[in-house]
Each structure stands twice: as structure tokens, then as C-alpha cells.
Design a protein around this ligand. Sequence first.
Ligand code: FAD
Length: 445
Amino acid sequence: MLINKLFDTAVVGGGVAGTSLLFTLAQYTNLKNLILFEKYDEVSELNSNPKANSQTLHVGDIESNYTYEKATTVKKNSSMVSNYIQNFDEVDKSGFRGDKMLLAVGEDEILQLKKRYEEFKVLYPYLELWDEEFLKEFEPKLLEGRSEPVLAMGARGQITTVNYKVLSESFVQKALDTNKNVQMRYNEEVTKIESDLDGYYKITTDTTTFRAKSVVVNAGAYSLLFAQSMGYGSEYAILPIGGSFFFTKEKLLNSKVYTMQNPKLPFAAIHADPDVTQNWNTRFGPTAFALPKLERYHTLHLKDLMSALNIDEDVTKVYMSLIKDKTIRRYILRNILEEMPMIGKKIFVKDARKVIPSLSEQDLTFAKGYGGMRPQVIDKKNQKLLLGEAKIEEGGLIFNMTPSPGATSSLAIALNDTLSICKTLGATFDSVAHDREIQSLIISR
Ligand SMILES: Cc1cc2nc3c(=O)[nH]c(=O)nc-3n(C[C@H](O)[C@H](O)[C@H](O)COP(=O)(O)OP(=O)(O)OC[C@H]3O[C@@H](n4cnc5c(N)ncnc54)[C@H](O)[C@@H]3O)c2cc1C
């Protein structure tokens, strides 16, 4: 038995972040002893589950909430996932090709879309503008019963949808297939991480104690709690934002349809997605509402929640600045009402009609058991809500918090962490193979 031996790296959390790191370490470094702890009996039971997230590979081409700079990074990050799928996995197993578009409704949005197209076509030369005539044939439901003019910017035959759970399983299998000592510890919850006297780390689980030279915690909101228990990251707090979905009773669209972002709103505008778990039936969402939970469909541990919220004067100021804005206030209220059993659908259908104008309340059902929790990070020092990923790094310890588009960025985050671990442990990284297999392919059409 190799248990309790000293591991090179211990990974806490078996979502897409933890498993992509396990794969990168096993495949491209000379580190020989790796261990991953997952508290549930399978990988990706929380946010990386296809029922929890929107299954989108965020390339930045149709997400109007991204600036050009953010889109450039997201494009690079997403290409690593699509390259993995094309090189190591099979297309249409974890990643699926399809069509996608950003839909502009009304003259103002059309103007903005045209401007965006001119700017972004440099980064995404495959993008096309689709007018009403084209859309009437291509996605007729977008036009039925519509009075306002529309224009879309879209792309065809791209990897648009990813089942991040299947992808996680593939990462684990590829790591196990190497000739390294890779241990998967399912049903094993890490309860404590401590520095050891020899400069290494002691990891205590509900059953045993392990030792590792480096530890990466990819445990969603719990990453911050582990960091704080070790004296790091007191400058951060978590605002847990729930996201729910609605299904249509039948498949109404073939493409992913994103809508134009209201720049005042902190979370992405709703979109319609063909759902991989529901035979490609149309799924609308996500909503966005503060929920006092760290895991959507599991027991709440109040102590963990209170630690994550980390409420003090600075955090309160961030909440107040969000509530002070009329547009955000309305948005928050609307999203809370959308969760209410009797009136939720009535309100949500009005938002969804931006995509399909002929949609009726009866066409929609609340997606029970679907939805997740985004651990949005609050930077207390700058009194700001951060909208992307956050990392705390200290010697051989890394703590990652990965709200959207964290699943898309998983291999990019894994690369950074791998390079950092290699530097700390004096290990080697096969950048030639990584470049060839993960980084260098262009997203193919
Ligand atoms: C509504 C919604 C829609 C989204 N849509 C998209 C999208 O379309 N595209 C995209 O790229 N991203 C999307 N995201 C974000 C994406 O889901 C996350 O960024 C990603 O899943 C995070 O992966 P992770 O591995 O960090 O976290 P998780 O998948 O939550 O994994 C954390 C793991 O750590 C384990 N764990 C926790 N504590 C312990 C412990 N003490 N010991 C052992 N194990 C532990 C958990 O069981 C879990 O398996 C969305 C998120 C939400 C909520």
C-alpha cells in the first residue's frame, strides 16, 4: 500500500479544475506521486456537473459581457480544452460541435452588435453576421411573432458544448494511464491542511493523514476556507450566487443563443442552450441570485457559510454598492422572484421571450435538480466584486476559486499551477509535448 507515503502533489477537489490539474501533472511533468481527494463518490458532482452549469465552452466570440482583452484570454484558454478534446478524447463524447450566435434585439443593440463584429472579427475571423432572412430559415423560432428587428453574429460547426463531468472523467483516466503512482481517493473529505516541520504539508481526511510536498485546493468556495484556516486570503470573501434554469417542453432551437449584455449588470445575460443531458432540448438560464449555501443541493454547514461570507465593513460596502444601483436592484429582485414556485415562470418567460418571442408560460418548466452555486469572490481591500477566477498562492500551496468561466479555463489554470509546482519542487515540465498536444492547435472549424 502506498497510502501515507510522501506525495509530490496532493489535489483537493475532483471537479474539472482538480482533474485537469491531475492530468497536466501526470502527463507533462516528471512528478511521480500524485493524489487527488474527492469527497463524493464520483468526480464533478458539484459545479462541473452538466446539470449545474450551462455546458458552454466560452470562446469569447458570442459573450458580449467580455471586453476584447478578456475575450483574448478566454479564447486562448478555451482552445486548450478544445485541443484536448480533439487530441485525447473524441469529439461528440465530452465536447460537441454545434452552431452558436449572439442575438441583438432592437436598433440600439443591432448598432452595438455591428460595432462589436467589426472589432471582434480580427480575433474571430470565422464570425458571420446573420440577418433576419437568414435567421428565418436557420432558427425560425427566433423570428416567429417578433415585432422588433434582430441581427445575430454567429459561427457554425464549432465545439460549443462541453459535458465537463465527462471531460473530468477523461482527465482522470488519462492520468491513471500514465506510468505514475496516481491515487484517486473518492468519498474522502479533506478536513485539515497543515504545514509540517520539514516544509511539506500534512493533509488530514475523515479517515487518514497523508503528506505532500505541494497541495493544490480546487474545492470551489471551500478553497478560500482552507486558505483562511492556514492564515492566508483574509482579504477575500465569497458571495455565493445561485443559478437556476428552465426547460422548454420540446426542442425549439438547434444553436446556442446568447443575448446582448446590459453593461450595468454583473452577471451574464440569459441564454438558450441545447442541453446535453436532455437530448438537446432547449434550456434557458441561468438566473442569478444570492443564496446562503455553498453547495446547491447538499446540506448547508452554517459555520462554513459564515466563514466564506466573511462579513465585515468592507464586504458590507460591496453589498451596499450593488444594491444602491437601481438597475442591479431590479435585477436582484427579479431573479429572486424567478425562483418562486407560483410566479417564477411568469416573470422568467418575459426574459426568455427576448430569444423566442412566441414562448408561453406553459412552454416552460423549472429545471428541478439543475443549477449550481457560483462562488463569486469579493476583494475586500479594493471593495470590489471580482467576476473571474481568483488564486491564493504561498510556497507549495495553491488555492483556486473558479466561478464562470472556470470550467472553460480549467486547463489554462492547470498549466499555471503545474509550472508553479515544478518551480517550487525543482521538477521538469515537457513544454514541447504540452505545446504540441494542448496549446498549439487552432480551434478547427
Ligand atoms: C449556473 C452556472 C453556470 C455556469 N456555466 C458555465 C459555462 O457554461 N461554462 C463554463 O466554463 N463555466 C460555467 N460555470 C462555472 C463552472 O461550472 C465552474 O467554474 C467549474 O465547474 C469549477 O470547477 P471546480 O472544479 O473548481 O469546482 P467544482 O466542480 O465545484 O468542484 C469542486 C470539487 O471539490 C470537492 N470538494 C470540496 N470540498 C472538499 C473537501 N474538503 N475534500 C475533498 N473534496 C472536496 C467537491 O466535492 C467538488 O467535486 C457555471 C457555473 C454556474 C453555477
